[in-house]
Structure formats: structure tokens, C-alpha cells
Write a protein that binds this ligand. Structure first.
Ligand code: ADQ
Length: 456
């Protein structure tokens, strides 16, 4: 990789903790940091604080270019269009998407601001790499400002089937915005196909084979590039002495239940936390004679607390936790432990290590990194992954127990199988999963994506 890369994402890769800039956790930053440092690249994004943006500055060897967002823009662009229209629409309309002109207008103007800041940061022959659903108009806008750079776009969430996408009042503008890119990359084959169909219908693009479009005289490549994790890091931390000790402690704190089942998600209606709790209640119901055999831990990270649908979800889930514990608990013991907070990485990994069964049952998910993280933490220790068919990860993690998360009885039955699986089968399945997450880690993902852009 020799060309300079400018990443354009909703957020900068660092946030202000009141005293200093701290690098944000997560695989994307971890994978891209070394490439950006080596090629003298930069990153365009919002700092996380509404109001005036800080001047451009350097952090960890990367030039950061903050984009200004006012509190009003944040309401219309981020909470409004991004998270009340696009997010639900692209996730199967699990919650009804809200389409408002007063959200679309700030989406457009904020996208234009990102494109302008990026255009200033770019030099001839650079690669501009735009990230995710918040910035779908940026590729087209950027192309209007700069014709001397290569433009890539990566969608972290699913691209929906045309039957859903066609509801969007601004579907043509979104398609034309995305078609400004030279390479459009998605998590799954299904998303690639969905996008190609929408581009033909609403952008009048022509397909040239399965992975290329022709649009207004330009060739546009479509790529399937499932995102991944820093597998080696998770493996190392999981086998470290403090984590092993903490995992044993957690098992004890959970009443030394025979089987510990774990769910870890941002608190989001796409994650299927409510149906999962009902499935666990089904397992308890059929095992009333062994009340303390199973413990279920649900860790939920606070998310988008200003969006009404998320407030309703939180209270629904809390009621459900109360009901299951009321129905099946005993004095001094509750079958569901519910933690509404973010955990630091070491503590999160201790939970992964402690869990016999990981229950990942989103109703729709672009990829789901939690599933991959659990596998990485169980390379040398028993564990069973139950995974929704509707997570992008299911295209790769075929040796998991795959379930339809809407079928509560089937999830209960799968949980029963998972909690009783003999250790030889569990080991074989985990070894296969482990090979996949080792081979296809986040560094491989970044290499794949950037190689495609570099070749353009
Ligand atoms: P998310 O919807 O946030 O991501 P996911 O892929 O599971 O979903 O990533 C969540 C990340 O948050 C994981 O790395 C996990 O470790 C971390 N996390 C979860 N719970 C935590 C907790 N309690 N404390 C601390 N950290 C926690 C979006 C898309 C996904 C896609 C990713 C990446 O919705 O489909 O996989 O982007 O592209």
C-alpha cells in the first residue's frame, strides 16, 4: 500500500475525555491506524461534541480533520435521518422508519460538509474511503469536487431488499450518491445483490457481470468484504491469567450454575434481546425441577438514548427481565442477570470466557462482531455459539448452531441442544469456527478492501 488514504467516517477515531484525546476502541480503528500512519493518511469525522469543531490536529501519527455539527444538525441528521429513517429501513423495518423532509435536508447538508472537508484533505491520486450509512451522499458529492482521487465506500449495515428500499422517498438521490464511488463494499453477498438491483432500478445503472456496474460511462466495482476482528488480540487476552481468574470468579458470582448463557449487545431493537429472553424462559419452564441449572447474563450497552424507539425498547426489556426473574427466581437467586452498561475490554472478554453458550440472535445485523469475538475467546476452551441466520456472520460461521430468531420455540430447543452438547462435537464445531476467524481477521479485511481500491 503506497497511496495515501483519507478515511471519511461519521466519527473521528479518537474522542476527548475531558483532559486528552483518547483512541476509540474497536477493530476498524485498530486495523486502519497502521496503514494510515505508514502512508501519512488522514481521517475526517465528527469529534463527538456539538458546536464548533477543533482545528485539525495530529493524534497517534494520523492527521485528524474534525467536522463541525451543531446540536440542531445532530438532531436532524443523526438522530433523525440516520437513526429514525435509514437504520430501521435497512434492518428489515423491524421498527417503522420515519421519513421527514426536515431530516432529509440536514442529512444532505451535513453530507456536503463532510465532502468539503474531505476534498480539502485529499491530494491527487489519494484514496478517499467513506464509511457507512451516515454518509451515503458523500461519494457523489466528493466526485463533483475532485475527479483526481479514487473513492471507496463501505457499508457496515445490510443493504436492504428492493421491496423495502423502494419505500424511501429519496431513494434515487441515495443511489446516485453511492454510485459516485469507484468501489462499493458490503458485508454479505445478499447486500451486494440488493444494491445492484436497486442501482439498476433507481439509478439506471447496467450490470456487467455480478460484481460490476456501468453508470454514466464509469465502471463501478462491487465487493463482498465481511468485516472482522483482531483475532490474535482476543485470543491472547482470553488466555491471560487475570482473565482466566476473573472468568472463574464470574462463574462463582453467578451461583456456579451448570451452564452459563451469555448475550452481549448494544441495546438496539435489531438485536432481538426480547425474543431471546422469552426463549430462555422457555428453557427454564421445561427444567422447573432443576431451577439453578442455568444462568443467563445479558449485557446491554446504552445506545441512542435520545431516540424514542430506544427508550421504549429499554423499558420493555427491563420489564421482561423482571417477569422472568419473578416467575423462575428463588430467594437470593435470579436466573437472569441484566447489566445495562459498557464494559472494558478485559471484563468483556472475561464474560466471553466464562460463558458456556453464547446467544447471538439479532433479527437483522450487518455482520455481528460479538459472535466472532466469542469464537476467538474459545479457541482452547469449550463453548457453543448459537447464531441468528439473519446476522451477516452466518454466511461465514456455518458451524455455529444457526437459528431463526423469530421462532422462539426453535431458539429454546437450540438452547437445550447447546447446553447438552457433548464435548467432542462442541470442540469440532469450535475448531472450525476458530479457523475462520483466524484466517479472516480485520487486517485481512482491510488488506482486501484497500487492495481493490489501490488497483483502481
Ligand atoms: P454494532 O451494531 O455495534 O455494529 P457488533 O458488530 O456486534 O454490532 O459490534 C459491537 C461491538 O461493541 C463489539 O466489538 C463488542 O465487543 C462491543 N461491545 C458490545 N457490548 C459491549 C459491552 N457491554 N461493553 C463493551 N463493548 C461492547 C455495527 C453493525 C454490525 C457490524 C459492525 C461492524 O450493526 O452489524 O458488525 O457495525 O461493521
Amino acid at each position: 500500500m503506497t497511496r495515501r488514504i483519507v478515511v471519511i467516517a461519521n466519527r473521528l477515531p479518537a474522542s476527548w475525555d475531558g483532559e486528552q484525546w483518547v483512541t476509540s476502541p474497536g477493530g476498524l480503528v485498530r486495523a486502519l491506524e497502521p496503514v494510515l500512519q505508514r502512508t501519512g493518511g488522514s481521517w475526517v469525522g465528527w469529534s463527538g461534541t456539538a458546536g464548533d469543531a477543533p482545528d485539525p490536529f495530529e493524534h497517534d501519527g494520523i492527521a485528524l480533520r474534525p467536522v463541525r455539527l451543531s446540536a440542531d444538525e445532530l438532531d436532524g441528521f443523526y438522530y433523525g435521518f440516520c437513526n429514525s429513517a435509514i437504520w430501521p429501513l435497512y434492518h428489515d423495518a423491524i421498527v417503522a422508519p420515519e421519513f421527514h423532509r426536515h431530516h432529509w435536508q440536514p442529512y444532505r447538508s451535513v453530507n456536503e460538509r463532510y465532502a468539503r472537508v474531505a476534498a480539502e484533505a485529499l491530494q491527487p491520486s489519494d484514496i478517499a474511503w467513506v464509511q457507512d450509512y451516515q454518509l451515503q451522499l458523500v461519494p457523489g458529492m466528493l466526485r463533483a469536487f475532485r475527479t483526481d482521487v479514487t473513492i471507496g465506500f463501505y457499508l457496515h449495515i445490510p443493504f436492504p431488499p428492493i421491496e423495502l428500499f423502494s419505500r424511501l422517498p429519496w431513494r434515487r438521490q441515495i443511489i446516485e450518491g453511492l454510485l459516485g464511488a469507484d468501489v462499493l463494499a458490503f458485508q454479505t453477498r445478499a447486500s451486494v445483490q440488493n444494491f445492484a438491483r436497486a442501482a439498476r432500478r433507481y439509478g439506471h445503472a447496467e450490470s456487467v457481470g455480478r460484481r460490476e456496474l456501468n453508470w454514466r460511462g464509469r465502471s463501478i466495482k462491487l465487493q463482498r468484504a465481511p468485516i472482522a476482528i483482531d483475532t490474535a488480540h482476543f485470543e491472547t487476552v482470553a488466555s491471560s491469567e487475570p482473565v482466566q481468574r476473573r472468568a472463574a470468579e464470574l462463574r462463582h458470582e453467578l451461583g456456579d450454575a451448570e451452564r452459563i448463557i451469555l448475550g452481549v449487545d448494544r441495546l438496539d431493537y435489531t438485536k432481538g434481546i426480547d425474543l431471546r429472553l422469552k426463549a430462555f424462559a422457555g428453557l427454564l419452564e421445561t427444567n422447573r425441577n432443576e431451577p439453578r441449572r442455568y444462568a443467563f447474563v445479558q449485557v446491554a450497552v446504552p445506545s441512542r438514548e435520545d431516540v424514542p424507539a430506544y427508550q421504549v425498547l429499554r423499558s420493555d426489556i427491563e420489564q421482561l427481565v423482571g417477569r422472568v426473574n419473578g416467575d423462575y427466581g428463588q430467594p437470593g437467586w435470579s436466573p437472569v442477570s441484566y447489566l445495562y452498561r459498557s464494559l472494558d475490554l478485559e471484563e468483556l472478554i472475561s464474560y466471553y470466557v466464562a460463558a458456556d453458550v453464547m446467544l447471538v440472535t439479532p433479527l437483522r445485523d450487518g455482520m455481528n462482531l460479538v459472535a466472532k469475538e466469542y469464537v476467538a475467546c474459545h479457541r482452547d476452551q469449550p463453548g457453543v455459539l448459537v447464531l441468528s441466520e439473519f446476522a451477516g456472520a452466518a454466511e461465514q460461521l456455518k458451524s455455529a448452531l444457526l437459528v431463526n430468531p423469530y421462532d422462539v420455540d426453535a431458539v429454546t430447543e437450540t438452547l437445550r441442544v447447546a447446553t447438552r452438547m457433548d464435548s467432542a462435537e462442541a470442540r469440532t464445531r469450535m475448531q472450525r469456527l476458530s479457523r475462520t476467524v483466524r484466517k479472516e481477521d480485520v487486517f485481512e479485511w482491510a488488506r482486501d478492501c484497500l487492495a481493490m481500491l489501490e488497483a483502481f
